[in-house]
Design a protein. Structure first.
Length: 97
């Protein structure tokens, strides 16, 4: 077997495995929300998660850029997620009066 044939065989196996593990959008949404709820820094009630064809949409308010990035990474690393669109807004700091 040539190297090209071996690579072609491995690629075709990967395609079959990927299509067999496809998760429906509702399950992906639940996994993302559960993952966020499990984090002590997450305020899930201020975040809305929608999923369409494996693409996660994140909406809502967060306290910092760090939290925004952490939420995005948590969504990206959830199994079944193909892409993440981050529409989160960092809440402006209120001036003390």
């Amino acid at each position: 077997m040539s190297r090209a044939n071996l690579l072609q065989a491995l690629a075709s196996i990967r395609e079959r495995i990927t299509t067999d593990v496809v998760t429906d959008d509702a399950s992906i949404r639940e996994k993302v929300i559960s993952g966020l709820d499990a984090q002590p820094w997450s305020r899930g009630s201020l975040i809305n998660v929608t999923v369409h064809q494996g693409t996660v949409e994140l909406w809502g308010l967060v306290d910092s850029q760090t939290m925004k990035k952490a939420i995005r990474v948590a969504a990206e690393t959830t199994s079944g997620v193909r892409a993440v669109n981050d529409n989160l807004i960092v809440r402006p700091l209120m001036a003390a009066t």
